[in-house]
Design a binder for this molecule. Structure first.
Ligand SMILES: C[S@@+](CC[C@H](N)C(=O)[O-])C[C@H]1O[C@@H](n2cnc3c(N)ncnc32)[C@H](O)[C@@H]1O
Length: 370
């Protein structure tokens, strides 16, 4: 599996790594001195070549019958992915805390809140193709004894024997939810790094195999974390927290995995879980990422949406599209950036990789009702 996940660039002056990396290519003759450069712009010819490549690989679409299969069995394709790869991809997320300082310790400036939200929204109440994946994930060991993760959130909550006004993490003062958490490559670094006693981390994925791997991780601690199975496109499933109670929602390479016409509703539902001033953090594939350029004819589902050889799907965003999705969901833009990295390939040729770094957030305070 090729790994185009962000690497650590040495910091300017030997200090802390700067946001989005700081190894800039000032002298083109030095391009082969390092295997990655930050913030490299394409020439007009390169941009035109990328556009041609996408036109070419989009010219033949996957048939309707297969498209339906990829949609209704999406969770099964991801289960198969995790059954094959388990948690075997290792890459430390050094960029997590530099690019998303909201996840680092000492972010909990909120006055101690009661467990209950200001208001409840309708969300409330407990209620190998692998090489085509252009990034890799952290590796975590796990034990073999598995908890009953096939049960719904409601069943898990009833097993916890909590009342209707209580929910996991209800006494926490800083609540983070990661959606599409996979095997916990973001969740565990947060739990390891952020020792705020008021922190509680929720994480979900629609792959039961992935959630099992999180729940059986040796560092999974139910007093600090709640992992559950959840399909972010399923409007009939509720989240295990009331509306308006989350400080941060994280989406890392997950929005791109869902069908584009379900994205807006998914983001809008999530937005309602944020407290006023809460943040939604997203990192995902950008348009013309080299992963997009590498797709072959016959793998395109719809514009800029493709299926990999293992049946998992991926969309490539523009900044404007993300801006519309987030602002329509009632969020105000804090930051929306493209991370442009030039990665030198083993063969010597080089390509540009773009990962969108869109940090768009701060839910507007609710309009007071008369
Ligand atoms: C590319 S992986 C990223 C995993 C994780 N965020 C990370 O960066 O390690 C995409 C993840 O999204 C999950 N996913 C895809 N569609 C989903 C959906 N509709 N609801 C919940 N999770 C979904 C997949 O199971 C998979 O774990």
């Amino acid at each position: 599996m090729a790994d185009s996940g962000p690497e650590e660039a040495p910091a300017a002056g030997g200090g802390k790594r700067q946001q989005f990396g700081s190894r800039f290519l000032k002298d083109p003759a030095r391009v082969f001195h390092h295997n990655a450069w930050d913030n490299v712009e394409w020439s007009e010819e390169q941009a035109a070549a990328a556009e041609r490549k996408v036109q070419e690989n989009s010219s033949q679409r996957v048939c309707a019958e297969k498209q339906v299969d990829y949609e209704i069995n999406a969770h099964k394709y991801w289960n198969d992915f995790y059954k094959i790869h388990e948690n075997g991809f290792f890459k430390d997320r050094h960029w997590l805390f530099t690019e998303f300082p909201e996840l680092a310790p000492s972010q909990n400036q909120n006055p101690v809140k009661s467990g209950m939200p200001e208001s409840r929204s309708s969300e409330g109440g407990p209620g190998s193709a692998a090489e085509q994946h252009e990034r890799s994930w952290n590796s975590f060991g796990h034990e073999t004894q598995l908890p009953p993760v096939q049960e719904s959130v409601a069943q898990q909550l009833s097993r916890l024997d909590i009342g209707a006004d209580e929910f996991p993490g209800c006494s926490a003062t800083y609540r983070i939810l990661e959606v599409g958490c996979g095997v916990g490559n973001t969740v565990f670094p947060i739990l390891q790094t952020n020792n705020d006693p008021g922190l509680f981390v929720y994480c979900c994925d629609f792959s039961s195999t992935a959630v099992e791997l999180v729940q059986t991780h040796p560092e999974y601690d139910p007093s600090r974390c709640f992992a559950f199975i959840h399909d972010l496109c399923d409007e009939t499933q509720s989240y295990p927290v009331p509306g308006g109670t989350l400080d941060v929602i994280i989406l890392i390479f997950v929005l791109s995995a869902i069908v584009p016409d379900k994205m807006q509703k998914a983001i809008s539902r999530l937005s309602r879980l944020l407290r006023p001033g809460g943040m939604m953090l997203l990192r995902d594939y950008g348009r013309y990422d080299m992963a997009q350029l590498r797709f072959k004819k016959g793998q395109c589902l719809s514009g800029n949406f493709y299926v990999r050889g293992d049946g998992t799907r991926v969309y490539f965003f523009t900044q404007d599209e993300l801006d519309t999705l987030f602002t329509t969901a009632g969020l105000e833009k804090v930051q929306n950036l493209v991370d442009r990295r030039l990665q030198k390939e083993a063969g010597g040729s080089s390509m540009l990789e773009r990962h969108l770094q869109a940090v768009t957030g701060r839910r507007k305070p609710a309009v007071p009702t008369l």
